[in-house]
Design a protein around this ligand. Sequence first.
Ligand SMILES: Cc1cc2nc3c(=O)[nH]c(=O)nc-3n(C[C@H](O)[C@H](O)[C@H](O)COP(=O)(O)OP(=O)(O)OC[C@H]3O[C@@H](n4cnc5c(N)ncnc54)[C@H](O)[C@@H]3O)c2cc1C
Length: 426
Amino acid sequence: MSDKILYLSAEQFENELDHNKGLLVLDFFSEDCPPCAQLAPIYERMAEKFPQVTFVKMMRQTYRPLAERLSVKGSPTVLFFQNGKEVGERLTGYIAKSQMRIALENLLGIEPEQIEKEVIDADVLVLGGGPAGLTTALYASRSRLRTIVIEEGIAGGQAATTYHIANYPGTVGTIGGKDLMENMINQVKGFGAEIHDLKEVFSVGLSSEVKEIVTEDAVYRAPVVVVATGAESRRLPAEREADFRGNGVHYCATCDGAMYQEADNVIVVGGGNSAVEEAIYLTKFAKHITIIHQFDHFQASKTAQEEAMANPKISVIWNSEVRSIIGDKHLTGVKIENVLNHSESTVEANGVFVYIGMQPRTQLLKDQLKINSWGYIEADDEMRTNIEGVFAAGDVRSKTVRQVATAVGDGAVAAVNAERYLASHK
Ligand SMILES: Cc1cc2nc3c(=O)[nH]c(=O)nc-3n(C[C@H](O)[C@H](O)[C@H](O)COP(=O)(O)OP(=O)(O)OC[C@H]3O[C@@H](n4cnc5c(N)ncnc54)[C@H](O)[C@@H]3O)c2cc1C
């Protein structure tokens, strides 16, 4: 709990509003609310960054009459007040850090060019704090190189959003993805690497000898950059997906599964390991899970398939693809097409979780680095890219197996070669 945030009762809030002449921000949150959990560290960071603003948090369920009086219907809802009056636009749903920052800067009248950026020098800059980036940082910092991991969210990567990981060597039985990544983060910090998380990366300059990464508040400079930005879920190519993203259509069961406690039916789209394993995980919450898969068999491991098929809460619709999402305010189902006979039908559901493959996160780098036709960075066995001093590691790299074990292997190789590169360029 941050001491920069006030946790007030309704009465205390009304009193604060009467007397506070500056900018006051109020976050109405709920328990068991994934978008609220995502906002919490962003809100704390904003409270540190803008000490001239009063940040307040109130539980919506506890202070329902006040929430109703302010017409707050969902969590989280962030409201802004100046001189006791509501100003600006409310923020709701999954709120990105940039949305919060821009809203505050606008209300405080701060122009982007007024923000002075700190210049931070390092030996190795690692872009992305998943298993590959963290392992790079572990090796580099053990070699006493000043190493900074720049992460746009909270470090951990995809692995931290995975319910459990059963195939990472040295972990007995299964380990929670979040636990594995927390261990990695603590180990990396223990060796002295810095993790600068919740950063908005504006640009990356790789062409000069000293490379630069520019964020909203800093210019990072180093002779070596290791790109470990990983991959993200491929969006469901169905009509109205964008309308329901985060509110019915989801890409992370560990993050959003709890929203579907006692739901009648939740759909999982896909047939690989992620789809089948996350479908099993979702049976903890929903009464029934329907997997919709475009082929007549799964690509998942035999163990995962057997577990899913033996679970009475899971059924499968084979040879079908989702064409559109149905719903008004809330998702009520999907329209699917059988790919063999092209017949269409509707499946009722409360939510949809999508696992149909990944796409690399190379948007910021695609004009500088050699990228293959699928968008992955081309790097050799030593993780060297086409630019001297720039390495790529993990899922973002062109390769055939994308797992935690291969990501950490890439990270180790990238760090050792980064160290050799620095030694030869001294
Ligand atoms: C549902 C699911 C289940 C899985 N199950 C398993 C399993 O059981 N076993 C297994 O071995 N693997 C599993 N995987 C795969 C494994 O998680 C990945 O292979 C691994 O996380 C890749 O690590 P990475 O560091 O290369 O990339 P990522 O984990 O993708 O991390 C990349 C990081 O970079 C950050 N980033 C991206 N762009 C930027 C930017 N511009 N600026 C700053 N930061 C940025 C991201 O926020 C992220 O934190 C699973 C994946 C998923 C999605």
